[in-house]
Design a protein around this ligand. Structure first.
Ligand code: GH3
Ligand code: MG
Ligand code: MG
Ligand code: MG
Length: 424
């Protein structure tokens, strides 16, 4: 990803690029003139340009549309900025297909551009489903979204929308009309909300009727836009909804994550574990819980200090995370104790998996400074049967862990006495 800022004023260019880099990881080039901008555009491909309209002030009225038109002719999404604007220039800007325009001398505008840039970059990973029986509105909404770099699919009725949703699991937002010949937008919304919460799949309702707005809002839309709408109102509401969904996701992530190691925390492990337990009990899918505890961890702290102890905890978390699959869970459940839940695995395979992991951990060298490394080992206990409750499974894996500790550490023990059998 690469952004081009075309701006003569180096202070403004610097402020913009520093603020953007504080929010998104991207490459940024700064061109000081039309000539430089052209060179950059010929050399690189850009996701976005932020283009000052007054670069090369010798043009007619101070605003240089040649540069803007050149950038747009290359199909690069563009935000225009300017220090001032005359009325006739404003009309000229309106004619062009830019994402947005802002006066750069206002500090709030700079912040707006930076936030918009962040939003646009993220929008490229969203896909919106537009449902409206009016072809004119479908096209209009689609155009507005495309300008915000949002990929979208349009359909004319709720039935088609439901089948599109089934086919495309990458749809992250819905915009739906209310009045449609067959199922109404409200029927469609109710069907959606049976499966997805407001935060799993945001929906924006649109309608020309105020009463429909109330019904939509009462039954779970994230926002509402009244027809006919200003393009900017729609794009801003869409962007704001995506912002708030992402913030809630971040908060949830944060609440479920152990801050030192970056893996899931104890609370999450118990909550998710219960759910998986219930699901697997019904479907007879086998799953395994492992409890892992670092051996003689007190000694590591005593000999090398608490910071090195923390480093070892982080290293162990990384190894565990890198060795499990998408559906599995790794959580730090205590100081130097972790739980791992593996889905869809038989006892014998689980034993072999954890025994290999144990060996890998014992062979890992943790770098503690420029010249030295240390090693550590873990003891592991497995619960491989579905017991009467999830808590009981944890208790059984804990008992197996004690057995590993008592039998010499750096080993894997199972809840059932089939260790020898499993090894065969
Ligand atoms: P064993 O092989 O029997 O497990 O021996 P151990 O030394 O690991 O024993 P124990 O489980 O009693 O010790 C755990 C130690 O972990 C005690 C505590 O000071 C330390 N600890 C707990 N949380 C943290 C942490 O977040 N960072 C560091 N560095 N140490 C921690
Ligand atoms: Mg309609
Ligand atoms: Mg320990
Ligand atoms: Mg312990």
């Amino acid at each position: 990803m690469r952004i081009l800022i075309v701006e003569e004023n180096q202070i403004i260019a610097k402020i913009l690029s520093t603020k953007i880099l504080g929010l998104v990881s991207t490459d940024i080039d700064v061109a000081k003139s039309f000539k430089e901008a052209k060179e950059y555009i010929e050399k690189n491909s850009y996701t976005l340009t932020i283009c000052d309209l007054q670069t090369d002030e010798d043009s007619e009225h101070g605003v240089n549309f040649d540069l803007l038109d050149f950038i747009l002719s290359k199909n690069i999404p563009t935000i225009s900025i300017s220090s001032h604007i005359q009325e006739n220039d404003e009309r000229e800007i309106d004619k062009r297909n830019i994402i947005d325009f802002a006066i750069k001398t206002r500090s709030e505008s700079i912040d707006y551009i930076v936030q918009l840039t962040k939003r646009l970059i993220k929008n490229r990973y969203h896909k919106v489903l537009i449902v409206d029986d009016s072809i004119i509105y479908r096209k209009e909404i689609s155009r507005v979204l495309k300008k915000q770099l949002l990929d979208n699919i349009t359909v004319s009725n709720a039935k088609d929308a439901i089948s599109i949703l089934k086919e495309h699991d990458d749809i992250t937002m819905i915009i739906t009309d209310y009045e449609m010949p067959e199922d109404s937008g409200l029927d469609f919304l109710l069907a959606i909300r049976k499966r997805y919460s407001k935060y799993q799949l945001p929906v924006i309702g649109i309608s020309s009727e105020k009463e429909n707005a109330i019904l939509f809002l009462k039954h779970g839309v994230n926002d509402f836009v009244r027809k006919p709408f200003f393009k900017e109102e729609l794009s801003t509401r869409v962007n704001n909804t995506l912002d708030s969904i992402e913030n809630i996701k971040k908060l949830n992530e944060f609440a479920n994550t152990d801050f030192l190691s970056g893996v899931k925390n104890r609370k999450y492990f118990y909550q998710e574990g219960q759910k998986i337990y219930k699901k697997c009990q019904l479907s007879q899918e086998s799953f395994v819980i492992a409890t892992l505890d670092i051996d003689f961890f007190k000694k590591i702290n005593d000999n090398y200090g608490h910071d090195v102890g923390d480093l070892v905890i982080k290293e162990l978390a990384t190894i565990l995370k890198n060795n499990v699959k998408g559906q599995d869970i790794v959580a730090r459940v205590g100081g130097e104790e972790f739980c791992v839940l593996l889905r869809d695995i038989e006892a014998k395979h689980a034993f072999n998996f954890f025994n290999n992991l144990r060996e890998k951990i014992a062979n890992t060298k943790v770098k503690i400074d420029d010249n030295s490394t240390i090693s550590f080992s873990v003891s592991i206990g497995l619960a491989t049967k579905i017991y009467k409750s999830f808590k009981e499974m944890i208790k059984q894996s804990d008992l197996a862990l004690y057995s590993s500790k008592n039998n010499g550490r750096n080993m894997v023990s199972m809840d059932i006495d089939t260790k020898q059998e499993a090894l065969l």
